[in-house]
Design a protein around this ligand. Structure first.
Ligand code: ADE
Length: 360
């Protein structure tokens, strides 16, 4: 039973609670909520976020901060929505944050699971094939996840996927649709003056109809008076996704989120590869429980960080082979050294939209 502010609910965790994800500090468990406020269904599948160890103050603070951000953000299609929270026992170290359940899990794992069945709709010049070319082409495998061009949603066949059938294929069109939806979710965050701070494919969730939702607000910040903030302290940081100014001066802003978005585009069109492949990392790198690179560093002091030096010298990743040409240009723009020269999420939404309209 839990009750918190306007979020009143009565919920039980289904046994044995299936673990949906783990991080360094927290875990997410699949559960069922009974009588959730504003829910049409009597029983609703939900995801419950909790800390792993109640003694971990840092983890608890991150979850409290995430809850505050989610309450403040309210509801948007491309942001994972808060359904409720149980804060009654917070003084005893108990906090449960209930968010909507996204049945296809995180984008990175989804991409990896569908690598073998991917249908590439980009020709050798980096142009998107036209509908006519797609129809007249002899694909060994037809793109089975279609797309509804009016709303840019991937048109998924849910039942087959739920049966554990990973044989369904995704195509370039789905990747473009997700890139659009992520930009739209991030644009909403910008409109609310919220900085995400950890945008990565692992933190994008896929819900019904293939809707992409920005999730994981543990590192997010509400920008009250300034447009950027200087991160203090020793927390773990996702270096491979971080903008140049965050690496050197710990400066985070919506424009550093744009850099990370460029990295997510790279992950998307490389079907879930880890960014900067082939680079060896220094010993201070800490992997989180899922094996991702978060680093505990005195940023800026860490002159030994080879990758950081290379990025400062102008090194950038190449466009993945599967990405249409215009996405290569968009990634390069997201990774401009001067944050002011990077595009905004709203501009990128329009560019993606324009290319989709001319290809379908
Ligand atoms: N993994 C982490 N959070 C999740 C959610 N809300 N739904 C499904 N899988 C998840």
């Amino acid at each position: 039973m839990g009750e918190s502010g306007s979020y009143a609910c009565q919920w039980k965790v289904s046994f044995p609670g299936i673990q949906l994800g783990t991080g360094c500090f927290g875990r997410v468990v699949k559960a069922e909520a009974v009588g959730l406020k504003d829910s049409e269904e009597a029983v609703k599948t939900i995801a419950v976020k909790m800390v792993r160890s109640q003694a971990n103050i840092e983890a608890m603070e991150a979850l409290i901060s995430e809850l505050k951000i989610l309450v403040y953000l309210g509801s948007h299609l491309n942001v994972v929505n808060l359904l409720g929270a149980c804060t009654k026992q917070i003084h005893k170290g108990e906090l449960f944050v209930i968010v909507e359940y996204c049945r296809f899990g995180n984008l990175q794992t989804f991409l990896i699971n569908h690598r073998n069945s991917f249908v590439n709709l980009v020709d050798e010049f980096g142009n998107l094939k036209t509908q006519h070319e797609i129809e007249s082409n002899n694909f060994t495998r037809k793109p089975t996840y279609g797309i509804n061009p009016s709303i840019f949603l991937a048109d998924f066949n849910l039942e087959e996927e739920l049966d554990g059938n990973l044989d369904r294929s995704i195509s370039t069109t789905n990747l473009i649709s997700w890139s659009f939806q992520m930009a739209r979710g991030m644009d909403y965050l910008v409109s609310k003056k919220v900085l995400h701070g950890d945008l990565a494919a692992r933190n994008i969730l896929l819900a019904d109809d293939g809707v992409a939702k920005v999730a994981d607000f543990g590192m997010a910040k509400k920008m009250y008076y300034e447009d950027c903030y200087e991160k203090r302290g020793q927390g773990l940081l996702p270096v491979n996704w971080m903008a140049i100014e965050s690496l050197t001066d710990r400066i985070f802003s919506s424009q550093s989120d744009v850099w990370s978005y460029g990295i997510v585009l790279w992950e998307l069109f490389s079907l879930g590869r880890v960014p900067y492949p082939g680079w060896t990392f220094p010993s201070i790198i800490k992997m989180n429980c899922r094996g991702y690179e978060y680093v505990s560093v005195n940023l800026g002091m860490d002159v030994g960080h080879i990758l950081m030096k290379e990025i400062l010298n102008g090194y950038r990743m190449d466009k993945p082979e599967l990405a249409p040409k215009f996405f290569g240009e968009m990634m390069a723009d997201c990774w401009k050294s001067d944050p002011k020269e990077r595009p905004t999420f709203s501009q990128m939404e329009k560019v993606i939209c324009g290319h989709m309209e001319s290809s379908v």
